[in-house]
Design a protein around this ligand. Structure first.
Ligand code: ADP
Ligand code: ZN
Ligand code: MG
Length: 479
C-alpha cells in the first residue's frame, strides 16, 4: 500500500481579504496602497489614549456582500473584541476583531475539480478585523510602517472539508473569483490584499478523528498554495511513518527553498486574552439593509454562467471558461456586442486570444487586442473581406504589434479576392496545368473538385474567396 493510500489529508483555510473601502475600518485614514511610510495614520489607528473607534459602514456593507456571495447566515447583532498581543507593528497592543460573535456563519461554495467533479466546501464563519502595520526588515534594523494598521479585512474561515492540495487551490481560486465579482476585494495576492493560511493534518484513511494540525502561514500566491500544501502533507506523513508525533505548530512557507519551516509552537486562543471591545457597541445589521445590499449585488459567477448559456447558447464548458473572471466576461460581451455572433466570438476569445495570453503569461486586462478590435477582425471574416485562415494570421500580428486589423490587412494587401473576373484566369491556369485531373473529373471523379479549389487557394496565397472559387471551378469544369 502506498503512503497516499494509507493516509488522508485534512485541510482548512483561513483567508484574509482586504476590503475595497476608501478609508480604514475605524478611522478616516485612507485605505490605499503605495503611499510613503507612515503618511496614512492617525491617533485612532495607532491607538493613542483617549481616542475612540467608529465602525466604517461601507466596510460592513462589503462584508454583507461577501456573506451573500457565499450564501451564508448574516447575524443581526455581532460583537467586536480585542485580540491582545505585542508586536512592533501593533502600537495599540491589540487588534480589533470579531471573535465569539462574528457577523456571518455557515456559508458554502462549490468548487470544480480537474476530473470534472464538483465539491461543496463549508465556510465556518466570516468576521471583520483590522489589519496590523508592517515591519520592514533592513539589514540589522527594522522599520515600522503603520499605513496598513487599521485597514479593513474580512477573515473567511473554511470548514476542514478539503482533502487534497488541488481542492485547496480550487477553493482559494473560487473564493477569490466570487469576492472579486462582488467587488468586495481586489484580491491582489502580490500586494497582500488576499492572504491565506492553510491548516493541514493527516490521518490514517478510515480514522474518524482528525490528526493534529499544523498552520502554514505566508502563502502569497496560487502557485505556492498547492505546492505548500503538498509539501506539508508529505512532510507529516513521513514524520508519522518515522515514528514522530505531530505537534501543533505554526510554520512558514519558504518559497525560495520550497520547504515549510517552524515559526512557533501554536498559541492558543486564550493566549490572546480576547474580551469585548468596550469602545464599540454591538454591530447591528437589519434585514432591510441586507435586502438593499442584495438588490445591488453585482451578477455573480454562477448567474453569469447560466446567462451565458441561455442567452448566448454557449456550452457549459465555454460559459465556465468565459466567466472565470469578470474582466474576461466583460471582454467577451464587448466582442459579442459588436459582431453579434456569440459562438464565433467565444471561439476567437478562447482559442486565439486566451491561448496567446496564457503563452506569454498575461491577464485579460493586459491584452494588446481590445474587444472592439477583435470584433472588427471577426466582422471582416464574417463579411468575407478576408478568409478565416488569413484572419488568424492577422490576429497574430495584432497581438504582437497592437496594430488594428484594418491597418494590417491594408498594409499587406490581404483582402479576400471576391471578384470573379480576377479568379477565373487563375482557375483556368490551374486547369491547364493539370490536364490529367481535368480528364479525371470529366470521367466522373467529382471528388477532384476539392483538388482544384485547393490549387487555386494556394495560387492566391489563401486570399481567394473559397465559396466563389468552388462555384467557378465547377462552372468551368462542367462546361
Ligand atoms: P484555531 O483555534 O487553532 O485557530 P480553528 O478551529 O479556529 O483552530 O480552525 C482554524 C482552521 O483550521 C479552520 O479553517 C479549520 O477548518 C481548520 N482545522 C481545524 N482542525 C483541523 C485539523 N485537524 N486539520 C486540518 N484543518 C483543521
Ligand atoms: Zn487612522
Ligand atoms: Mg482560528
Amino acid at each position: 500500500m502506498s503512503l497516499s493510500e494509507k493516509y488522508e489529508a485534512v485541510i482548512g483555510l483561513e483567508v484574509h481579504a482586504q476590503l475595497l473601502t476608501e478609508s480604514k475600518m475605524f478611522c478616516g485614514c485612507r485605505n490605499a496602497y503605495g503611499a510613503p511610510p507612515n503618511t496614512q495614520m492617525c491617533p485612532v489607528c495607532t491607538g493613542q489614549p483617549g481616542t475612540l473607534p467608529v465602525i466604517n459602514q461601507f466596510a460592513v456593507e462589503l462584508g454583507v456582500r461577501a456573506a451573500l456571495a457565499i450564501k451564508a447566515e448574516i447575524h443581526h447583532e455581532s460583537v467586536f473584541s480585542r485580540k491582545n498581543y505585542f508586536y512592533p507593528d501593533l502600537p495599540k497592543g491589540y487588534q480589533i476583531s470579531q471573535y465569539e460573535r462574528p457577523f456571518c456563519t455557515r456559508g458554502k461554495i462549490l468548487i470544480s475539480l480537474g476530473d470534472g467533479s464538483e465539491k461543496e466546501i463549508g465556510i465556518t464563519r466570516i468576521h471583520f478585523e483590522e489589519d496590523a502595520g508592517k515591519n520592514l526588515h533592513k539589514g540589522d534594523h527594522t522599520q515600522v510602517d503603520l499605513n496598513r494598521a487599521g485597514v479593513p479585512l474580512i477573515e473567511i474561515v473554511s470548514e476542514p472539508d478539503m482533502r487534497t492540495a488541488e481542492e485547496a487551490g480550487q477553493y482559494l481560486r473560487t473564493l477569490r473569483t466570487l469576492l472579486r465579482y462582488a467587488n468586495v476585494t481586489d484580491g491582489d495576492m502580490e500586494k497582500g490584499n488576499f492572504r491565506c493560511d492553510a491548516n493541514i493534518s493527516v490521518r490514517p484513511r478510515g480514522q474518524k478523528e482528525f490528526g493534529t494540525k499544523v498552520e502554514l502561514k505566508n502563502i502569497n500566491s496560487f502557485r505556492f498554495v498547492e505546492k505548500a500544501v503538498e509539501y506539508e502533507i508529505d512532510r507529516q506523513i513521513r514524520a508519522i511513518e518515522g515514528g514522530e508525533t505531530i505537534v501543533q505548530q505554526t510554520r512558514g512557507w519558504n518559497s525560495a527553498k520550497n520547504v515549510s519551516e517552524v515559526m512557533r509552537e501554536k498559541e492558543d486562543a486564550h493566549d490572546y486574552r480576547y474580551f469585548p471591545e468596550p469602545d464599540l457597541a454591538p454591530l447591528q445589521i437589519s434585514d432591510k439593509w441586507i435586502g438593499e445590499i442584495k438588490n445591488e449585488l453585482p451578477e455573480l459567477p454562477d448567474q453569469k454562467k447560466s446567462r451565458f448559456e441561455s442567452s448566448y447558447g454557449l456550452s457549459g464548458y465555454d460559459a465556465g471558461v468565459l466567466t472565470a473572471s469578470r474582466d474576461l466576461a466583460n471582454y467577451f460581451e464587448g466582442v459579442v456586442d459588436v459582431c453579434k455572433d456569440a459562438k464565433t466570438s467565444a471561439n476567437w476569445v478562447m482559442n486565439e486570444l486566451l491561448g496567446r495570453l496564457n503563452a506569454v503569461g498575461k491577464d485579460i486586462v493586459e491584452t494588446p487586442v481590445s474587444a472592439m478590435e477583435l470584433a472588427n477582425l471577426i466582422s471582416k471574416v464574417q463579411s468575407g473581406a478576408i478568409s478565416g485562415k488569413i484572419g488568424k494570421t492577422v490576429f497574430e500580428e495584432m497581438f504582437e504589434t497592437g496594430k488594428t486589423a484594418e491597418s494590417i490587412i491594408e498594409a499587406q494587401g490581404l483582402k479576400q479576392i471576391s471578384d470573379p473576373s480576377a479568379l477565373e484566369p487563375v482557375v483556368r491556369k490551374v486547369m491547364e496545368a493539370n490536364p490529367g485531373q481535368v480528364a479525371g473529373y470529366k470521367a466522373g471523379k467529382v471528388k477532384l473538385l476539392g483538388f482544384f479549389v485547393g490549387q487555386v487557394m494556394k495560387e492566391t496565397k489563401g486570399q481567394a474567396n473559397p465559396g466563389l472559387v468552388n462555384d467557378i471551378v465547377k462552372k468551368l469544369l462542367d462546361s
